[in-house]
Design a protein around this ligand. Sequence first.
Ligand SMILES: C[S@@+](CC[C@H](N)C(=O)[O-])C[C@H]1O[C@@H](n2cnc3c(N)ncnc32)[C@H](O)[C@@H]1O
Length: 213
Amino acid sequence: MKILNLYACLGGNRYKWGDEHEITAVELDPEAARLYQERFPNDTVIVADAHQYLLDHYKEFDFIWSSPPCPTHSRARFARRETTSAEYPDLKLYEEILFLENWFKGKYVVENVIPYYEPLIPALKRGRHLYWTNFNLPNDLNERKSSIMEGKDEVTQWCEFHDYNFRQYKGEQRVDKMARNLVDYEAGKTILDTAMGIIHKQNVNQTSIFDEL
Ligand SMILES: C[S@@+](CC[C@H](N)C(=O)[O-])C[C@H]1O[C@@H](n2cnc3c(N)ncnc32)[C@H](O)[C@@H]1O
């Protein structure tokens, strides 16, 4: 399958996707993109704005995963509203959902946190995340529980959890924030497997229709 992995970060969702797919990852932070490329040498990594890339290239893919930045939607940030700067929720999240739902012919997943407001478009809630998809997700994504204790060893705990040394990251974002960004790799795998099962089933149906002609 040709897969587009938008806002790829360090590839938490992608870690267990294997090497049988043709994967293009888009990430704006050059240091995160460099490390992603090191982690997944067979993927094509592009340093660009994922929002624009989606618009320009969506037709080239069978499956698209998008994880737009979550801070402006997050309940944790909203809880600190007395002490943090005010920000509009970034509605590019909803632009992408509407766009993919209506324009894209393949399967898609848009993933984000559970927001501090009622989501503008109904979503599937799994664990601590919301998913907008055009296929059904199993109730259980096999997501591992992260019992991370905030504190001085938080990054080390995330390194173990995601099987990745986040301390290699020397870019402009905070290392602990980067480490918190990643989707659990088991959930990422379950979601791709589910989409592939559906796509394969569609292909089988297609073939049998042709067989009958
Ligand atoms: C929530 S993380 C994605 C996590 C990823 N799905 C995973 O499982 O590892 C969001 C990422 O989007 C990147 N980012 C932010 N704005 C971007 C943009 N306009 N285009 C591409 N990447 C962007 C951030 O640098 C960050 O790495």
